[in-house]
Design a protein around this ligand. Structure first.
Ligand code: GRF
Length: 202
């Protein structure tokens, strides 16, 4: 019997992206290295056909799917995504730079099984350009947050946070890079903390 079988069924993770996909890569590498144990990335779905993360997923042998937004109503677009996740028996959905709010139907279908990562210490600075918001507000500490997703923008119970100092000389670029490095550590840790509480389909 292989060690995987001995450990029971593997959790099937679906990742939603819209762009660069560096957090998706961080999760995929953590699964590969068993820092997220007993799991697999079963699919990466993008709402943008030109998302750079798609090639990064393919390079890692991960199945990808584009479900284009194309100005479609959110509910209709989400129904197609829910069907694709269902076809893959997904246990946990990870948003990784996915730039569209989810419909109530999506939240209900995967309640307490959707995670997001955001580049601020939520509930401070939700929404777009969180790093710029932090700089403009003048806070001295920012960071990143992994949270369960609810119906509100960047809302839902916090799972994990990491602080990042802001320096006098910081630009949006330098702060974003410092926060992103922490995101790549925090997201895999948060996923491995959450997975044991997610009912895994056999
Ligand atoms: C990250 O900063 C993440 O926190 C935010 O969008 C960005 C996505 O970057 N939600 P990437 O696509 O994971 O590289």
């Amino acid at each position: 019997m292989s060690s995987d079988l001995a450990a029971g069924p593997r959790a099937r993770i679906g990742i939603l992206i819209s762009g660069r996909g560096s957090n998706m890569v961080a999760l995929a590498d953590a699964v590969r290295d068993q820092r997220i144990p007993n799991a697999e990335i079963a699919i990466v779905i993008s709402d943008k056909p030109n998302a750079a993360g798609l090639d990064k997923a393919k390079e890692r042998g991960i199945e990808t799917l584009v479900i284009e937004r194309r100005g479609r109503p959110r509910a209709e677009h989400d129904r197609e995504i829910i069907a694709a996740l269902g076809a893959k028996n997904i246990d946990l959905v990870c948003l990784a730079g996915y730039m569209r709010m989810l419909s109530p139907e999506f939240i209900t279908a995967y309640r307490r099984r959707i995670l997001n990562i955001h580049p601020s210490l939520l509930p401070a600075f939700p929404g777009l350009d969180a790093q710029m918001q932090a700089l403009e507000y003048g806070v001295r500490i920012s960071g990143c947050t992994v949270h369960l997703v609810d119906e509100t923008l960047d809302g839902g119970p916090v799972i994990a946070q990491r602080t990042v100092p802001i320096h006098e000389t910081d630009t949006v670029e330098s702060l974003s890079a410092r926060i992103l490095a922490e995101e790549h550590r925090l997201y895999p840790e948060a996923v491995s903390a959450v997975l044991p509480q997610v009912a895994i389909k056999a």
